[in-house]
Each structure stands twice: as structure tokens, then as C-alpha cells.
Design a protein around this ligand. Structure first.
Ligand code: G
Ligand code: G
Ligand code: MN
Ligand code: NA
Length: 254
């Protein structure tokens, strides 16, 4: 209850921070890709994680405002990165079902990108299967419309929740993010190895690049490389970091 009150003023008081976690391309490193992860620095209680306050924001009706703030911060970060380093940054943003299914979603995204003069190719939108099951026909239509203006979609958290193979066939997904639950100790977990092997057969056939989430160790990484996993993300490479650290991380060494 208190949190809900506080959330309303969090935006105005500049208490939200957008952190970024690098997503590593396994084969070569084209442009830098990062996932944007929201943090709330509460004046009384330190950092509050998004899985605590996003559901509250959804109930309190603040999620639209917060989502818009995230998109604008991402746009600003891309612009700054480009002008400071002459490098393109691609940002993967988590989109809640409420935001995705809002009738104004596409329009507000297009207007925001135009306002900040950022290309739609600079973004990947991460959605979960919770979004898919709400209204498949409408979701298909929104994804198609947004694909036409160059927005790409990643299916996030695959391996938790529904994990439906039919979703891979019904929806035009550009990236599949395998949940960290399946990545943890993959080199020692034969059951998970069998399941992941199957997922890679399907995604390779469908030409959907996979992002392995939550890679924490060299052993996990080595095992994932035997699958030819295209993208890797996790503490083994880097933790989510604020913008200034990100610029250090990607700055050319000299
Ligand atoms: O970074 P962390 O592990 O604390 O993130 C926890 C959860 O919060 C993840 O499921 C992530 O997708 C979600 N999350 C992080 N940032 C955002 C955001 O900007 N918008 C939405 N809707 N969810 C987010
Ligand atoms: O649900 P979603 O995949 O968007 O959430 C990503 C979350 O996973 C982020 O909160 C991020 O902090 C967390 N995360 C990223 N890499 C690792 C990792 O290697 N280990 C653990 N435990 N969490 C991670
Ligand atoms: Mn995500
Ligand atoms: Na995920």
C-alpha cells in the first residue's frame, strides 16, 4: 500500500533508474546489444526490484507512465552512445502485457522514436507468453503492424510458465530468450540438456536466434557453445549496470 503511494511520486522525484546488461553475440561482435532493466531507488529502502514494483505499478495504473519513461531513457541512451562513441547501441526492452495490449501502444512508440530521432532497428521488445495468451488474434496483428515499422520481438523467459511450442508457430518471433532456470548448471543436467537440444533443433529450423539468459559460469558457457547458441547474457559476462558504467564497458580500449 505504501509502495503504491510512493510509486506515484517516484517518477517526479527521479527515483527510477534504467540499468543495462550486455547481451553477447557468440560468433562475432557487431553492434552492442543490451537489455534495459528498471530499478527503483526508494528513498527509504534502497533498491526495490522490478518484480516487486511492476505488479504494483500495473494495479495502480502507473505502468503506462513508467513504460514511457523507460522508452524515452532508452532513446536518450542510444543518442548519447552514438554521439560519444560513434557506435550504435541496440536496446532490448521488457514490455508488460498491459503496455503491449494498450490500443495506443504502436502509435506512442512510433511518436517517441520520431521525437528522439531513433531508428526502430535500435530496439528489441521483449514480451512473454502471458501476453500471447490474452488475445492471440490481436497480439498477432499488433506484432505484424510493429514488424512493418521495423520493431523486432523477443520471446522472454521461455522455459517458465506456458513454454508452448505452438507459440513459436503462431507468433512471428525474432529472438527466443531461454530462461536462466534451464541454463543453470546445464553442463551437469542431462534432462535440461535433452530439452535444450530439442529447442535448438526447432529454433534452427525456424531460423530464430536464441539468447541464453543467466549464464554464470565458464562451464555453462562452454556447454552452450556446443549448441551453437547465438546470443549469451549473464553475470559471467556482466551484471546490469548504470549508463555511465555501460559506456566504460563498451568504450574502445586505448
Ligand atoms: O533485473 P531483474 O532480475 O530484477 O528483473 C526482474 C524482472 O523485472 C524481469 O522479469 C524483468 O523482465 C522485469 N523488468 C525489468 N525492467 C522492466 C521494465 O522496464 N519493464 C517491465 N515491464 N518489466 C521489467
Ligand atoms: O525476466 P527477465 O529475463 O527480463 O529478467 C532478467 C533478470 O535476470 C534481470 O533481473 C537480471 O538482473 C537477471 N540476471 C541476468 N543475468 C543473470 C545471471 O547470470 N544470474 C542471475 N541469477 N540473474 C541474472
Ligand atoms: Mn527480459
Ligand atoms: Na527472461
Amino acid at each position: 500500500f505504501l509502495l503504491e503511494q510512493d510509486l506515484h511520486v517516484a517518477l517526479e522525484n527521479d527515483e527510477l533508474e534504467l540499468h543495462f546488461q550486455p547481451i553477447i553475440k557468440a560468433a562475432d561482435s557487431e553492434r552492442a546489444i543490451v537489455e534495459a532493466l528498471l530499478r527503483w531507488k526508494h528513498p527509504a529502502g534502497g533498491y526495490i526490484p522490478p518484480n516487486v514494483f511492476i505488479p504494483i505499478a500495473e494495479k495502480a495504473g502507473v505502468i503506462q507512465k513508467i513504460s514511457q519513461w523507460v522508452l524515452e531513457q532508452a532513446c536518450l541512451t542510444i543518442k548519447e552512445f552514438q554521439s560519444n562513441y560513434g557506435k550504435d547501441l541496440r536496446i532490448s526492452i521488457n514490455i508488460s502485457p498491459q503496455r503491449f495490449l494498450r490500443s495506443t501502444f504502436k502509435k506512442s512508440v512510433i511518436e517517441t522514436l520520431k521525437k528522439y530521432d531513433v531508428s526502430s532497428e535500435s530496439f528489441i521488445f521483449e514480451i512473454t507468453e502471458t501476453t500471447f495468451i490474452q488475445n492471440p488474434d490481436i497480439v498477432t496483428k499488433i506484432m505484424k503492424d510493429m514488424n512493418e515499422v521495423g520493431i523486432r520481438f523477443a520471446l522472454d523467459d521461455f522455459g517458465t510458465g506456458y513454454s508452448s511450442i505452438s507459440h513459436l508457430s503462431m507468433f512471428d518471433i525474432d529472438f527466443l530468450k531461454i530462461d536462466q532456470h534451464f541454463i543453470r548448471d546445464i553442463h551437469q543436467n542431462e534432462r535440461h540438456q535433452s530439452i535444450l537440444k530439442g529447442i535448438f533443433v526447432i529454433t534452427n529450423e525456424l531460423d530464430i536466434p536464441v539468447v541464453a539468459e543467466g549464464v554464470e559460469t565458464k562451464e555453462e558457457l562452454d556447454y552452450l557453445e556446443t549448441y551453437g547458441c547465438q546470443f549469451l547474457q549473464g553475470f559471467y559476462f556482466a551484471k546490469p549496470m548504470p549508463k555511465n558504467k555501460l559506456e566504460e564497458y563498451f568504450a574502445p580500449q586505448s
